[in-house]
Structure formats: structure tokens, C-alpha cells
Design a protein around this ligand. Structure first.
Ligand SMILES: Nc1nc(=O)c2c([nH]1)NC[C@@H]1CN(c3ccc(C(=O)N[C@@H](CCC(=O)O)C(=O)O)cc3)C=[N+]21
Length: 286
């Protein structure tokens, strides 16, 4: 078997076109385009590239960009001043703080200082709390992108056994909350570096979400033949970026969202979707 491609790149392009129409309407209605802010601290080349990609997507879709950059040695106070400024700026519909922050900074305190209504990443504790309670909130972009990709390719979710590998706050922790909603109705097992018998858990799964950040972790012998496999890992190696899914897994999987070209572009598209939805909420509130 060779896995069917879950083409995140093509799907994200379709979503961006759908969003561009809504953005054009909003801009005409309110007299100004929605604005996405990014806060980048330090000069990690990976982070810089992701942020540049987000602004590229914004320009294409008609969203204004507000870039805020701080040096690697910025103080907590300086970062929080930028947060306060974006919270107060009416041109900023939503924004993200690019993670990880340099280690001397308290990322939790920075996230908590954000206005939850402007949280384009869905990572503010209030929004994660709302997700837990099933109350409407901006959703974390990568989990939302994964659900959207599975839906558009009609990968069955109801009753499916999903194995998530990785417990990070952007993917592993929140994705179970989305997939176990009544509307998705999947059953989720969350595995991590402390899991005993990882291969057994992965082999039980109809859907595997690999988000551990460990190159080649998921090998073909671990998979149930025909499983849908989503590679969310990205590790910069001397041979270029590597995913969590071993390339040979494509021989056994039924569907594969590869890295690159799978979940990454969907994550970016969902960030735009969160900004558009925040702008639509603002437009109907006045
Ligand atoms: N506050 C915050 N929000 C994030 O959403 C966030 C973050 N911090 N920190 C870092 C991670 C990483 N991330 C990616 C998004 C898109 C691609 C992406 O588009 N990847 C392409 C290219 C991969 C490449 O070659 O670099 C692909 O998979 O096809 C990758 C990684 C968002 N993150």
C-alpha cells in the first residue's frame, strides 16, 4: 500500500481563498482590514521563518500585518509592554507570541497578559479553559488544522481510535479536547516520553498524530495497516527539517499528512481563520 496524501498545502490554499472573500467583505464593511500581530523575541532562524510565512499569508489574503520584534535579551517588562500595546491597538484584531520564548522569560505570564479576545493562537488559559468546557473560543491552530484536514478528506473520526504522541501545549495537550467533542466523537490516547509500550498504543490506532519532536520516531512496523498518519514533528537536522514519521511509514499508512506539506500549512491557514473570526465578532458587536 502507498498512503493517500492528506495534502495540507493544497487544502490550505483553498481555505485561504475562502477566507480572502470574507476578509474583502469585512474590509468593505468596517473600512479597514483585519490585522494580525506577531511578537518575535530573539533571532532563532526557524522562528523568524515561521513568522515571515505568517505575514506572507496575511498579505495574500488581505490581512494587515503588525510585526513586533524584540532582541534575545529583552526583559519580561519589555515583552509585556508590547503585549499591552497590541491589546490596546484597534488595528490589531488578533496576535500571536511566537513560541518558544528565550528561557529567561516567563512565557506563561506573557500569554496570560494577552487579551483573550485577541488570542489568535487559542493558547490563552481562558481560551484553553473554554475549549475544555465546550464554550466557543478561538481554537489552537495546529489541532484545528488537523481536524479540518481530516474532515476535508473524509477520514472517519466518529468512534476512531486516535493515538497522539507528544504532550506539548500547542498540539498534544489540546488536540484531545477537540477530537473528543461530541461533533468529532473520537477516542484519544495521549502518549509521551514516559509512555510504556508506545508501539502497542500506536498500533491500536486508526489515526496517529505524531507531535513529539523526535525525528523518525514513528516507524512502519508500529502502524496498523491503513491508518491515517499525521506528521506534526519538525526538527532541524544537518540534513534539513525532519518529521516524526519515518519515510517508510508511507508504505503501511492508508493516509499520510507529510512534513512538509501536511499539517504545517494548515496551521498557518487556521491562524488566519482565527483572525477573520475575531474580526467578524468585532464587526457584529458594533
Ligand atoms: N505561538 C506560536 N504559534 C504557533 O503556531 C507556533 C509557534 N508559536 N512556534 C513554533 C510552531 C511551529 N509552527 C509551524 C507552523 C507552520 C509550519 C509550516 O508551514 N511548515 C511547512 C514548511 C516546513 C519547513 O520546511 O520549515 C510545511 O510543513 O510544509 C511549520 C511550523 C507554528 N508554531
Amino acid at each position: 500500500m502507498t498512503a493517500q496524501l492528506l495534502d495540507g498545502k493544497a487544502t490550505a490554499a483553498v481555505i485561504r481563498r475562502e477566507l480572502a472573500e470574507r476578509i474583502a467583505k469585512l474590509t468593505a464593511l468596517t473600512g479597514r482590514p483585519p490585522g494580525l500581530g506577531t511578537v518575535l523575541v530573539g533571532d532563532d532562524p526557524g522562528s523568524r521563518a515561521y513568522v515571515a510565512g505568517k505575514h506572507h499569508d496575511c498579505a495574500e489574503a488581505g490581512i494587515a500585518s503588525l510585526r513586533r520584534e524584540l532582541p534575545a535579551d529583552a526583559t519580561q517588562h519589555q515583552v509585556e509592554d508590547v503585549i499591552d500595546e497590541l491589546n490596546a491597538d484597534p488595528a490589531c484584531t488578533g496576535y500571536i507570541v511566537q513560541l518558544p520564548l528565550p528561557r529567561h522569560l516567563d512565557a506563561g505570564a506573557v500569554l496570560e497578559r494577552m487579551d483573550p479576545a485577541k488570542d489568535a493562537d487559542g493558547l490563552h488559559p481562558v481560551n484553553l479553559g473554554r475549549l475544555t468546557l465546550g464554550v466557543e473560543a478561538p481554537l489552537p491552530c495546529t489541532p484545528r488544522g488537523i481536524v479540518e484536514l481530516l474532515r476535508r478528506y473524509e477520514v472517519p473520526l466518529a468512534g476512531a481510535r486516535v493515538c497522539v504522541v507528544g504532550r506539548g501545549i500547542t498540539v498534544g495537550r489540546p488536540i484531545g479536547l477537540l477530537l473528543t467533542r461530541r461533533s468529532e466523537n473520537a477516542t484519544v490516547t495521549l502518549c509521551h516520553t514516559g509512555t510504556k509500550g508506545l508501539a502497542w498504543h500506536v498500533r491500536e490506532a486508526d489515526i496517529v498524530v505524531a507531535a513529539a519532536g523526535s525525528p523518525g520516531l514513528i516507524t512502519k512496523d508500529m502502524l496498523r495497516p491503513g491508518a491515517a498518519v499525521l506528521d506534526v514533528g519538525i526538527t532541524r537536522t544537518e540534513h534539513g527539517p525532519a518529521g516524526d514519521v519515518h519515510p517508510e511509514a508511507a508504505e503501511v499508512a492508508g493516509w499520510l499528512a507529510p512534513m512538509p506539506g501536511g499539517v504545517g500549512p494548515m496551521t498557518r491557514a487556521m491562524l488566519l481563520a482565527n483572525v477573520v473570526e475575531a474580526a467578524e465578532r468585532n464587526a457584529t458587536a458594533v
